[in-house]
Write a protein that binds this ligand. Structure first.
Ligand code: AMP
Ligand code: MG
Length: 270
């Protein structure tokens, strides 16, 4: 039984983000407590499946997280991967590119961080910034960013063929929810470090970002690398959705422990 289809963007379908309720708890196993409990069980299962993926050492999984500021990317990493063996997970955060990174094509720094066989790689922001902030802030002309949709689809298709399963999440929050979370960062001294005045500029460009997200998702949701749009105003629901999709993805991969070396029966440890 698959739950994932609920949030999956079918290849070629139109995306209207304003039509997707950011508070919709569709499919949740119950109220907040019941959903948190279900997430804990999913995290246990994720731990088992990740261990097998690691032992099998043949394939990898790439998880892309994108969202507006305060959309919950960091919180998702923290919650969903709690309990998974850190040796089998790599988290990469993509900030504004350095001089060296800008001296290369936009996929160069991303390709370097793609998970190796046996690993789950998590991208906190990603190559999608190159059709999001770059587009909205006009960091490059349209003649540069527009062909990137195709470049991204080609890149992801190649990774998929080479053994990397890709799942991409857009954590969809409302503008009101973002206001509350940014305000909380201002109010709580332990969250001050998370506040960046530049986030307010991006907030002023909210509609432009929503348009850029919609087009990116529409153009790059493929069977090889589907997008999932997650109603993310409620953190407990968001964590459950991401855990559900990841577990279903890994169950489908069905990683197996490799065959033991020949002749193990002949050994005794004195
Ligand atoms: P944060 O994830 O909140 O630490 O912020 C990272 C910042 O880096 C965000 O403002 C992103 O928009 C920015 N960023 C990430 N990738 C790129 C890129 N390819 N070009 C320009 N800015 C980027
Ligand atoms: Mg930020």
């Amino acid at each position: 039984m698959s739950e994932s289809h609920r949030w999956r963007v079918k290849p070629g379908s139109k995306v209207d983000l304003s039509d997707i309720d950011t508070r919709d708890p569709a499919g949740a196993p119950g109220d907040k407590d019941a959903t948190v409990a279900a997430s804990a069980a999913l995290m246990d299962r994720l731990r088992v499946l990740q261990e097998r993926l690691y032992a099998e050492d043949r394939r990898s999984v790439l998880v892309v997280l994108q969202a507006m500021d305060a959309g919950g990317k960091d919180g998702t990493v923290k919650h969903v991967f709690t309990g998974v063996n850190p040796a089998g997970v790599s988290v990469s955060s993509f900030k504004a590119p350095s001089h060296k990174e800008l001296a290369h094509d936009f996929l160069w720094r991303v390709h370097l961080r793609v998970p190796e066989r046996g690993q789950i790689g998590v991208f906190n922001r990603s190559h999608y910034e190159d059709v999001l902030v770059v587009r909205v802030d006009g960091l490059a002309p349209e003649s540069v960013w527009r062909p990137r949709y195709e470049a991204i689809a080609d890149f992801e298709r190649n990774l998929a063929r080479e053994g990397t399963t890709i799942v991409k999440f857009f954590l969809h929050i409302s503008k009101e929810e973002q206001a509350e979370r940014l305000q909380a960062r201002l109010d709580d001294p332990e969250k001050h470090w998370k506040f960046n005045p530049a986030d307010l500029e991006a907030r002023d460009q909210w509609d432009d970002y929503q348009d850029a997200y919609a087009e990116a998702i529409e153009r790059t949701s493929t069977d090889d690398a589907p997008w999932f749009v997650v109603p993310a105003d409620r953190k407990w629901y968001r964590n459950w959705v991401v855990s559900t999709v990841l577990v279903e993805t890994l169950e489908r991969l069905d990683p197996r422990f490799p065959d033991p070396p020949e002749g193990l029966d002949g050994f005794t440890i004195e």
